[in-house]
Design a protein around this ligand. Sequence first.
Ligand code: RIB
Ligand code: CA
Length: 311
Amino acid sequence: MQIFIDCDPGHDDVLAILLALAHSELITIKGITTVAGNSSVENVTDNILKVLDYIGVSVPVAQGCARPLRREPEPQPTAHGNSGMDGPILPAAKSRVDARHAVEFLQDAIMRQTEPVTLVTLAPLTNIATLFETYPEVKKRISRICMMGGSLNGGNILPRSEFNIYHDPEAAKIVFHSGVPITMSGLEVCAEAKTMLADFEPLKHGGRVSRLAYELMDFYCGYAHERNWDYTNVFDAVPVAQLLHPELFSGTEYRVDIETEGDLCRGMTVAIQGEFTPPQSPVTVLEHADGPRFSTLMLDALRILDQRQPD
Ligand code: RIB
Ligand code: CA
């Protein structure tokens, strides 16, 4: 399966990418594109270049949109730090970002593929909406979008709004109206895909990749520690885990539209069934996960990469 990952690394974005890299027997990452979200697009691009260099992996990286279609960026330093990936101190990246904008990179790379590709989106949808609006021909070359975003009921930015949709709701509306099928990993399924904090402790004595994951989660789990939770949610790893092991997840078919206005509901994903005029994209909204097996999959991936990328 050939995939492109659009992301804003971001601690959980990095773990998602590590999970995909560990399973190269099933997934080939043809490119990674970055977008403003958790931090500036410059920061999140630098973060992923540093991580790929540090673990000794080469994947094309293209930098994308620096701001939402019509709004100001709203970085999230509380969750991810000012750099977007506070915690680990990594050497400066030697790899260079692709000279093209992410949208041009994606259009060229997707149209070159001989098979339809899967888009894995782990961030606000600004790049993807711009891609679809600028180069609509690519839509028929995408078999599915596997997305971390949205919710059926919850919210982590507003009472009913999840960050990736909230940050650029106009972009999300374009993507959910695109006609491209979507598997949506929203807050409900991410809440069930728990990873226990105690499971991260031993990683600090592991190999290169495990130690990186420990340092990432040591910072990222600050939110959980402050609330005396014994678990954390690695949101962005869920769409990748679902690609690898769909049997660990279950969901329901909906059409989903996006609220773009309102102080209370901007970025709300409204799941539609029945007689309403639905947006074009069929959406499988994942609702349940086998949490323990998800956690094992995530931790095993780190050990696989430790062996593949020894110190
Ligand atoms: O709401 C969780 C999402 O917001 C994740 O993609 C995380 O990286 C942040 O971008
Ligand atoms: Ca993200």
